[in-house]
Design a protein. Structure first.
Length: 125
């Protein structure tokens, strides 16, 4: 395996992983991604079968629901109907957390809340 030479984080702390565990993880992730795509494909077919109905049945027993909720797809309304939406746009004053100011005074506390993400690295074999 060869890694990208210009890794900007090449000096960060590392830990050696169990190669068998890594292989199993990659296989499971690949399988999960594949099954998710298949589930999405089948769900699309089921939704198509429901049409305007709010529930689906098997032998008369409800097994799935697809009811309208109280929420609306606002971003899609804005995108699809900008000419109408422009008349309903309002300004809002909002309180927000000033993270930069907090970091300037309380970095040691903020550092305890650093978000970490687990990602895989593209390697050439």
């Amino acid at each position: 395996m060869s890694f990208v030479a210009d890794d900007p984080n090449r000096d960060e702390p590392t830990a050696e992983l169990d190669p068998n565990l890594w292989k199993l993880y990659l296989q499971a992730k690949t399988n999960a991604d594949g099954w998710q795509r298949e589930a999405d494909r089948l769900k699309s077919q089921l939704l198509s079968s429901l049409g305007d109905a709010h529930a689906g049945t098997l032998d008369g027993v409800k097994v799935a629901y697809y009811r309208p909720s109280a929420r609306y797809a606002e971003a899609r309304i804005i995108k699809d109907h900008p000419d109408l939406v422009q008349h309903f746009m309002r300004r809002r004053s909002q309180e927000y957390f000033d993270l930069d100011a907090f970091l300037a005074q309380h970095r040691e506390i903020a550092d305890q809340y650093r978000v970490r993400s687990f990602r895989t690295v593209q390697v050439e074999e």
